[in-house]
Design a protein around this ligand. Structure first.
Ligand SMILES: [Fe+2]
Length: 198
């Protein structure tokens, strides 16, 4: 994973389906300005950064759109109102993505997958589209932070169901720390940290 992320940081943004960097610090700052929970809380930026890394890993599977799963990581919990049960937060996260559409470098078709994934990520067990599945899995592989071992039965893609991937996600989920290269934005880590003060 570190090698892959290092390579990502040498790449320029491309609007194709490769593992290019999609998230900008400006986009993250705008999301933070409206986020009403603790930045480093259970569903905050540390969780998002791990969901991002999980999504990048799962995007190695054929058919998974890496750019969609990257944007999913920062929008899916962006409008949570509490750290426990918040049944409508997926819809609200999708609404924020709609409001910020101009800053999201996805085609209309791919953007629709992001909206579906945000809306359904807690209410649907799976979905017919593998990119939406990878979004669900990237979130569910981080359940260890709330004391839950991810269960293959509730994961969607073949890679996420693999025992070593579940263990990889679980072990990382126990470490409450921002990774060195959050969202592929290694040069902006200090700014990501300072967002805590907004
Ligand atoms: Fe989440």
């Amino acid at each position: 994973m570190p090698v892959r992320l290092s390579l990502l940081n040498t790449m320029h943004r491309m609007n194709d389906h490769s593992n290019s960097i999609s998230i900008t610090i400006e986009l993250l700052e705008k999301i933070k300005q409206q986020y009403c929970l603790k930045w480093y809380g259970t569903h905050g930026v540390i969780h998002w950064s791990r969901v991002y890394e999980n999504g990048i890993k799962l995007a190695e599977q054929d058919g998974v759109n890496s750019n969609v799963v990257q944007f999913f990581s920062i929008f899916h919990d962006s409008r949570r109102r509490n750290e426990s049960t918040d049944n409508n937060h997926g819809n609200r996260g999708a609404q924020l993505a709609l409001e910020m559409r101009a800053g999201i470098t996805l085609s209309d078709e791919d953007f629709s997958l992001l909206i579906i994934a945000c809306r359904l990520h807690t209410s649907a067990r799976t979905h017919h589209d593998i990119t939406v599945q990878a979004c669900f899995d990237s979130d569910r592989l981080d359940l260890g932070r709330v004391g839950t071992m991810p269960d293959a039965e509730f994961l969607c893609t073949p890679m996420a169901k693999m025992p070593d991937i579940i263990e990889w996600g679980y072990n990382r989920s126990l470490i409450h720390r921002l990774p060195d290269q959050p969202f592929g934005l290694s040069m902006y880590k200090d700014r990501v940290i300072r967002l805590d003060g907004i």
